[in-house]
Design a protein around this ligand. Structure first.
Ligand code: PMP
Length: 468
């Protein structure tokens, strides 16, 4: 499409050389770089410009980091102010005016009862380190070691965070069913399924022979992100809060991806009104620079000095960029904006689903949106819903890229196309995103090995639900 055509004389040789050297020199563990072979050189708002001269609408946003998009003027100004002031850029965990202002701004956004009584721990600058800190904190505070975590969860790549994530098999972590409506583990979906999931949790906690000793904490995401954009039902969230509170089990909300307006409220827990004991925060709180913290009820603060140390816990530029981002989102009511625009985008995608049976489910909250693609030809007639279609999802991602749209994949088998645009995306840009997505989906269907067969499949449509 014309939008992605390189400008005449664009330096495509440089672009290709950089990509070639990357594939030769960087590790086999590289991730995004494999599915998004672009070389960003400039970026502003929703748009990235590649070394090939092409422009892309970025709905990956640094895996949900860029609440204000790339290089927002408020963020750049905050960074420049620190640079021009002569302030030290690296200060371990010493007090500075920049850190003081960040903490004040962050505390002003927290759910009321937590804000009044919060402590903050600055962690190493990745979400996963803050998850480690949260797990250590509740273990130290309760003297217990077990942890409750959920199917499909993603909490990071360091040892403790991995244990708590859905792919792990660690015995210290008890895995509980997350209410995934579309692929419901109980085969029924809806409120009843969430109720059964809560009852299972309750019985494990209360049955002395359940094999699950009283745990140190429960960790959950208000909307599972990497797991496939699965919003936790509000009533279920309140049940988890009540179950943990009445048994003195600290509740940890991992808001690394759901925070700072992304889901339509400032923090994801606000949809349900739940006030967790610990919140894990990263990504958007650093305004595009690395920053991660936990905030928690002061009563849990039984740590010894140095219990969670680390050299890079004083990134002044990130704190300044983060404070500017938090203030901008709050002052400009961008959470409300995410809610309104998110509902409109969901409605648009649900309209698309009506004519594309390969869309099994459309769901999300605010500007955290997922489209689950399914293989209607491979459907087991007895199954409630068709299996995921990871190859089709990968093809859609490729077709999106060739139309100048960057999207992410997620979900249990990478069958969910994820949209995480910045909260500053305009109405016109949102329409452009949906147009390109629709075009890409149609192209991917046409070129899929089964061609248009799955498009017109006679699969039991009644089995595919559209939820949000
Ligand atoms: N928790 C959640 C909910 C996340 O989505 C992520 C990252 N996608 C992490 C933790 C880990 O954050 P990081 O990649 O910065 O370590």
């Amino acid at each position: 499409m014309a939008v992605t055509e390189p400008a005449p004389g664009a330096p495509t040789a440089a672009h290709e050389g950089i990509l070639r050297r990357q594939s030769l020199r960087e590790s086999a563990a590289r991730t995004y770089a494999r599915s998004l072979p672009i070389v960003p050189v400039r970026a502003r708002g929703l748009t990235i410009e590649g070394a090939d001269g092409r422009r892309y609408l970025d709905c990956l946003s640094g895996a949900g980091t860029l609440a204000l998009g790339h290089n927002h003027p408020a963020v750049l100004e905050a960074i420049r102010k620190v640079l021009d002031s002569g302030a030290p850029l690296h200060i371990l965990d010493l007090a500075t005016p920049v850190k003081d202002a960040f903490t004040t701004e962050l505390f002003a956004t927290l759910p009321g009862p937590l804000a009044q009584d919060a402590r903050i721990q600055f962690c190493g600058p990745a979400g996963t380190d803050a998850v480690e800190a949260a797990l250590k904190l509740v273990r130290a505070a309760t003297g217990r070691s077990g942890l409750l975590a959920f199917t499909g969860a993603y909490h990071g790549m360091t040892a403790g965070a991995l244990e708590a994530s859905g792919g792990a098999t660690d015995v210290r972590v008890t895995r509980l069913p997350f209410p995934y409506d579309y692929r419901c583990p109980f085969g029924i979906g809806g409120e009843r399924a969430a109720e059964l999931a809560a009852r299972w949790t309750e019985s494990l906690l209360d049955d002395p022979k359940s094999g699950v000793p009283r745990p140190a904490g429960m960790i959950l995401e208000p909307v599972q992100g990497e797991g496939g954009v699965i919003p936790a039902p509000d009533a279920w969230m309140r049940r988890m809060r009540a179950l943990t509170a009445s048994r003195s089990v600290p509740l940890i909300a991992d808001e690394v991806q759901t925070g700072v307006g992304r889901t339509g409220t400032f923090w994801g827990v606000e949809h349900s009104g739940v006030v967790p004991d610990v919140m894990v925060l990263s990504k958007a709180i650093g305004g595009s620079l690395p920053l991660a913290v936990i905030v928690y009820r002061s009563e849990l603060d039984s740590w010894q000095p140095g219990a969670h140390a680390g050299t890079f816990r004083g990134n002044q530029l990130a704190m300044a960029a983060g404070a500017a981002t938090l203030a901008y989102v709050r002052e400009n009511r961008l959470a409300e904006r995410a809610a309104t625009l998110g509902s409109r985008m969901l409605a648009g995608l649900q309209g698309l689903a009506a004519t594309h049976p390969c869309i099994g489910d459309v769901r999300g909250r605010g500007l955290m949106i997922g489209v689950e693609l399914v293989d209607t030809d491979c459907a087991d007639p007895d199954a409630l819903v068709p299996p995921p279609a990871p190859e089709l999802a990968a093809a859609v991602q490729r077709e999106c890229l060739s139309r100048g749209l960057i999207v992410e994949l997620g979900g249990r088998q990478a069958g969910v196309v994820r949209l995480l645009p910045p909260l500053t995306i305009t109405d016109e840009q949102a329409v452009a995103v949906l147009d390109r997505f629709a075009d890409a989906l149609a192209a991917a269907e046409r070129s899929s090995p089964r061609g248009s067969a799955s498009h017109g499949s006679a699969h039991r449509r009644s089995a595919t639900r559209k939820s949000h």
